[in-house]
Design a protein around this ligand. Structure first.
Ligand SMILES: [Zn+2]
Length: 217
């Protein structure tokens, strides 16, 4: 998983221009939020293999060089690319279930574990420690053999980290019933309810305000 350079560059530029503290997020939850439930009607972000690859690139999971190689292979083997997309959606569905009900339902957790281990188990590769520009080190997973097979590794590893770190209890679905986005509640008190205060949180605030003013009228 060549995640080094662009992410490190971004971290560097963030250091130079301190902005608002980014909300804690997790790759696997962002991946779940690409699905039709989270997007406007009919709007699966992973509508085709190219969209999947572009999304992985946007998350620094796949670098440009590797993406170029994968694109060339996708042209030569469209059926394998299509199967990879189907598989990615399958992983995503299992991870949505894990995010929404994994904490409460053991069976859901077990099913997600099977999916995670299915992905981890079939991908061969090596690991490498790389220095990052600006200092520090990062561990990289370098898939060998089937280039398509390794694509889901960083996603499921991110979900695995959440389970290992006992963070699943902090994964929530947005309190707005129309919104299906999932997020990690990184607040100290663990009372965050909305995926985003700017959108869903604001809507709820406005609705409460309306209810109050109508009630007192
Ligand atoms: Zn929301």
């Amino acid at each position: 998983m060549p995640v080094t350079s662009s992410k490190a560059r971004r971290a560097e530029s963030r250091d130079q221009a301190p902005g608002p503290v980014p909300q804690r997020t997790r790759l696997w939850l962002d991946f779940v939020n690409t699905d039709t439930a989270s997007q406007p009607p009919g709007g699966d972000l992973l509508r085709d293999f190219e969209a999947l690859l572009t999304w992985l690139q946007s998350q620094d999971v796949v670098d440009e060089e590797r993406a170029g190689g994968i694109r060339r292979r996708a042209v030569l083997q469209p059926a394998a690319a299509a199967a990879t997309l189907v598989d990615a959606r399958r992983v995503r569905a299992a991870l949505r279930a894990l995010a929404e009900r994994g904490q409460q339902v053991e069976r859901v957790r077990d099913d997600a574990l099977i999916e995670i281990n299915r992905v981890l188990g079939r991908s061969a590769g090596t690991r490498r420690l790389d220095p990052m520009p600006g200092g520090g080190f990062t561990r990289i997973f370098v898939p060998t053999g089937d280039a398509f097979a390794g694509l889901m590794i960083p996603i499921v590893e991110s979900a695995a980290d959440t389970l290992i770190d006992k963070e699943l209890g902090r994964v929530r679905r947005c309190a707005d019933p129309r919104c299906h986005r999932v997020f990690l509640d990184g607040t100290k008190n663990g009372l965050r309810r909305w995926c985003d205060m700017g959108t869903c949180g604001n809507r709820a605030k406005a609705a409460r305000h309306r209810a109050r003013t109508q009630g007192s009228a």
